[in-house]
Design a binder for this molecule. Structure first.
Ligand code: ZN
Length: 597
């Protein structure tokens, strides 16, 4: 893979300051040189501020004359004074059925097209609005008569017929406006390529009109928001990039910022910023954009700039040696046409116990697949059963199958298992003859569910409250295909709280099909990521503020590579141990890039 090139985005407000010299160009250039940036995005519109074409061209020249590749940028989804109707989410975004807005965004695209050959649209470009006009247009197109309050209620209930139709409405509206009022004026003015960025909130893409397979038919490329700020799992940065690449057939690049996602007043911690950087690079994107120049020039972001300086060259050069495809438990890549309530961002939590995931539009034959609540009803389960070697079900998927959301085929997958309890508060967890109980300075009662009554199933992880013993992870057989019911994912954050043997059971079950398995050498293994590639590269990340000792076992027949590990990059210590495995000692908040051969 070629090295991921670095870009910096300059917002319209900063472009104006550069044009008027209230921000000296030399300050910006100094930062670009320091970071070894190759491309600069020069924005012409944001939150009501238009940068006139002559100022755009002037600032573009400042960068291009110094050898930087220059492209345009625009934040046409944002509302400003003088525009038409808007939706307010704490930030204001434009209504797409208001002609006043459409005329202004057309102006923005036309002016940018007169200056730039290509442009990147920031991710406020989506269908956010539920104003009375938008609801009336929705009713008109689909022959409905919902009110705004009914619509909002239905959208908040997950998979409902109204939510599914609203997703279609949002997509059609966004695509029409994108085609006629965004791409067309840009090209008519002389521009050529329009790339659209999708945000980090992948679970709401479809309801907000961002149906990626349709977007690529209108735009020339897709950029991905990989912001993993505080309090979220940075595995999501890696996962969303693989997902969008799969849905779009490729990505142009990834982008993140310096915000903490909490009060927006303070920058994200440097440790989390480095996590974001690493998890944005492990999907091997062609470009990474840092948002934005102004923030990176502020004194409070100097530690972040230093972190990029320190880690970026080493990471991008090490990862450029990766020649293989990502390996993992296969996730059928579908965008749910609703905002999912069950299994929302579940991949980020499963990825953070050291189980790599791999989104795939076409499920490869003979693969290990994870089915979540999000796909039930959108996928042919009979076809899936005929393809997979093993099928894993989340708690959410099991609940939907029990509710009959996939009809007879769903009951078949559950092999006749029935609901016994919705939840069970367990204190003792048993796996492979070992029993574990949390309790030392920690809560010991932890819920699992749904609890199934399966006559023919085999309990893999058994739980007890001291009286009853029930299965929390269960192996079923549907038409001879092993089905693993993971009745432990209702509260995904608890995956990090259960006793270690629960996480190990999941890693063992996936590892025996993947051929790469992580287990703790000492202490628990949680809040860690494993990225595996078919050419034998592995990236192990310790997101914790404490040391982590992991053992890696490789089965060459399954994963296609073998041999001893070499540490390519990182502060870890690697040592081979008995049984063909090796151990990796990871210091707090660190990573190891390894090559096994
Ligand atoms: Zn509206």
């Amino acid at each position: 893979m070629p090295e991921t090139r670095l870009a910096v985005y300059v917002t319209a407000q900063t472009v104006k300051q550069l044009a008027e010299a209230s921000l000296p160009a030399e300050k910006a250039l100094e930062l670009l040189r320091r970071l070894n940036v190759e491309r600069v995005y020069v924005e012409n519109y944001r939150m009501g501020l238009f940068v006139p074409p002559d100022q755009l061209a002037k600032v573009g020249k400042v960068f291009s004359s110094e050898g930087y590749e220059v492209a345009g940028g625009s934040c046409i989804g944002t509302w400003g004074e003088g525009w038409g109707r808007y939706a307010d989410f704490g930030f204001r975004v434009i209504c797409l059925t208001d002609e006043r807005n459409l005329a202004l965004l057309e102006k923005a695209m036309r002016e940018a097209g007169a200056v730039f050959d290509s442009i990147l649209i920031d991710d406020f470009w989506a269908q956010w609005c539920t104003c009375p006009n938008c609801v009336a247009e929705f009713n008109r197109r689909f022959g409905l008569s919902v009110s705004r309050s009914v619509l909002l209620r239905e959208l908040s209930r997950g998979d409902t017929p109204t939510a599914r139709l609203w997703s279609r409405f949002s997509t059609e509206l966004l695509l029409e406006v994108s085609k006629e009022r965004v791409v067309k004026p840009f090209r008519e003015a002389g521009g050529r390529r329009v790339v659209v960025k999708v945000a980090e909130w992948r679970e709401d893409f479809y309801v907000r009109g961002l149906h990626v397979p349709s977007l690529v038919k209108v735009f020339d490329g897709i950029y991905v928001g990989t912001e993993s700020r505080e309090r979220v799992r940075s595995y999501g940065s890696h996962y969303i990039t693989l997902l969008v690449r799969e849905l779009a057939g490729g990505v142009e690049g990834v982008w993140f910022d310096t915000y903490d996602g909490l009060g927006w007043e303070h920058p994200v911690s440097v440790e989390t910023y480095i996590d974001q950087l690493l998890s944005s690079l492990t999907p091997l994107p062609p470009e990474l954009t840092l948002f934005n120049l102004w923030d990176l020039l502020q004194p409070k972001c100097q530690p972040h700039v230093e972190a990029v300086e320190q880690h970026y060259p080493a990471l991008s050069s090490a990862l450029s040696r990766v020649g293989g495809e990502p390996l993992g438990l296969v996730r059928p890549s579908l965008l749910p046409p609703f905002s999912p309530l069950e299994d929302r961002y579940i991949e980020d939590y499963i990825g953070s116990i050291g189980v790599p995931l791999k989104p795939a539009r076409e499920v490869p034959k003979g693969s290990a697949v994870l089915l979540t609540a999000k796909e039930v009803g959108l996928i042919d389960l009979e076809d899936l059963l005929a393809r997979v070697k093993v099928l894993f079900l989340t708690s959410g998927a099991i609940r939907r199958l029990l509710r009959g959301d996939a009809g007879e085929a769903g009951y078949d997958v559950l092999a006749g298992a029935e609901l016994l309890y919705d939840h069970f508060a367990a204190s003792i967890f048993e796996y492979r003859g070992a029993a574990a109980m949390e309790g030392h300075r920690r809560a010991s009662l932890l819920p699992v569910g749904p609890v199934l009554n399966a006559r023919q199933g085999e309990s893999i992880v058994t739980v007890s409250d001291g009286w009853e013993r029930r299965a929390a992870i269960l192996r079923l057989a549907a038409r001879g295909v092993p089905v693993i019911a993971l009745c432990i994912t209702d509260y995904p954050q608890l995956l990090g709280e259960y006793p270690e043997i629960v996480r190990q059971a999941v890693r063992d079950l996936v590892g025996e099909h993947l051929g790469i398995k992580l287990s703790p050498a000492r202490g628990p293994l949680t809040n860690v990521s494993l990225h595996a590639y078919s050419d034998g590269h592995l990236v192990l990340v310790n997101h914790n503020g404490h040391w982590v000792s992991a053992r890696v076992d490789i089965n060459p027949e399954l994963c296609g590579f073998s041999g001893s590990p070499t540490l390519v990059r990182g502060r870890a210590t690697v040592s081979t141990v008995g049984g063909g495995g090796f151990e990796v000692e990871l210091p707090p908040r660190s990573y190891a890039i390894l090559k096994v051969c």
